[in-house]
Ligand binder design. Structure first.
Ligand SMILES: Cc1ncc(COP(=O)(O)O)c(C=O)c1O
Length: 407
């Protein structure tokens, strides 16, 4: 029995649809604790909470902070403002470059900004507000997405900021394009970072953060870094490469090691025992039941022809919510029921057993793990989590409470 309260929004805003994600706050908190304990030599654990904390909901951020996250990172100014509304004190870095026309909001909401090139910085320096703005310099070491890729310009930016009274150079970072466990790019990017920053004093910049979850679990901490940006690991995916070591796994491992030799990769760890668990489970409830006879059809384009007599159950969740036929099946109790048709808002499942309207159906969670669904879909956890839309209610639970959340 789920107790649902409205939080952070009015009672009337609560969702009225029997499809919901259960977000386990205790798990999130313990995941961060495990990260901080296992990789204890960082000073700054920058929790990446973009896109509503990878769709776990902004309310989950409180669990991440309770676990040990001491800085947050988001994509856009809009996300930063949304997070700031609920978390007043923690610093928030916006990873995208913010157009300068919105600098007033940067100041108002106390957001740390990313500076990615000299021309942007020069314009920024002509502006000033009522308080000092914190800046992190982005360095492009090969991803070709954002950042300084010229040593002279980066050096000039460093000194410009050092001499500024309105802007404070608090951080510097890059982003890795690959894990670098079987390719030369991680090492190349680290070397490029060192080259580009040769003429500045890294030790004078309070936060140096190069890596993300994969970097943290697969590479030794770089001695000039004191920060790490963690996203997917906090949400329960440790990305160990040596999970199910069957014959195919062993072959893949052998191939990886061969490539490591070929590219002379710096030491990497393919396996890790970071004890994190997914905190996101997805459920729906039977909305409608009808009998179907053998050879009768169901769904658009009559795409399903029943092979046996049984029941079609309709669930209020569809591809607009991120769930479709490709998931294969859902669970009613222990029974795997095939998804036989999908629509924008509903899916149809088949069973020969009779179930009552309102019975809970697991899409993924306890009996079918999200990891198994990822493997089944040949999709990574980033995509799967982010595709479950906010039309699906989020129920946040921890030891003390169980609440419906809006974001
Ligand atoms: C710049 C940057 N840093 C860190 C992350 C977090 O990555 P991960 O979820 O792999 O830890 C992201 C995620 O997209 C990112 O764009």
């Amino acid at each position: 029995m789920i107790l649902v309260f409205a939080i952070m929004h009015d009672e009337g805003d609560m969702m009225h649809r029997d499809s919901y994600a259960i977000i386990d706050g205790e798990i999130l908190k313990n995941n961060v604790k495990a990260i901080v304990k296992t990789y204890s030599n960082y000073e700054y654990y920058i929790g990446v909470v973009k896109n509503n904390a990878y769709h776990h909901g902004i309310y989950s951020v409180k669990e991440l902070i309770a676990g040990g996250i001491n800085y947050l990172a988001v994509s856009s100014l809009d996300e930063a403002i949304m997070v700031r509304k609920y978390y007043k004190n923690i610093p928030i870095l916006c990873l995208e470059v913010i157009p300068l026309k919105w600098l007033d909001d940067v100041i108002k909401y106390n957001i740390t900004i990313t500076v990615d090139c000299l021309s942007y910085l020069k314009k920024l320096l002509t502006l000033s507000g009522s308080s000092v703005i914190k800046v992190h310099l982005a360095v492009d070491t090969g991803m070709h997405r954002l950042g300084f890729d010229n040593k002279k310009e980066l050096t000039e930016a460093f000194y410009d900021l050092k001499n500024s009274k309105s802007f404070y150079l608090e951080g510097i970072f890059t982003h890795f394009a690959t894990s670098g466990v079987q390719d030369p790019y991680y090492d190349r990017q680290v070397n490029r970072f060192l080259k580009l920053t040769q003429d500045i004093y890294l030790e004078e910049i309070p936060i140096v953060h190069l890596g993300r979850s994969l970097t943290m679990v697969q590479h030794e901490k770089l001695n000039f870094c004191n920060g790490i940006r963690v996203g997917i690991a906090m949400y329960g995916f440790n990305q160990s490469r040596v999970l199910n070591i069957n014959l195919k796994g062993k072959y893949n491992l052998w191939k990886m090691r061969k490539k490591q030799k070929k590219y002379q990769c710096s030491p990497t760890k393919l396996e890790n025992s970071l004890n994190v668990k997914p905190a996101f489970a997805l459920y729906s409830k039977i909305m409608s039941r009808r009998k179907i006879k053998i050879n009768d059809f169901a769904g658009y384009n009559a795409s399903y022809i029943a092979k046996k007599d049984g029941y079609i159950y309709t669930l209020p969740i569809g591809f607009a919510d991120g769930v479709d036929k490709s998931f294969g099946y859902v669970l009613i109790g222990n029974e795997k029921c095939k998804i036989v048709a999908d629509c924008m808002d509903m899916i149809l499942i088949f069973s020969q057993n009779k179930y009552e309207i309102g019975k809970e159906v697991e899409i993924f969670g306890k009996k079918r793990s999200i990891l198994e669904v990822c493997r089944f879909l040949d999709q990574n956890a980033y995509h799967l989590l982010n595709q479950i839309s906010f039309r699906v209610a989020r129920i946040h639970k921890n030891n003390k409470e169980e609440k419906e959340i809006l974001y």
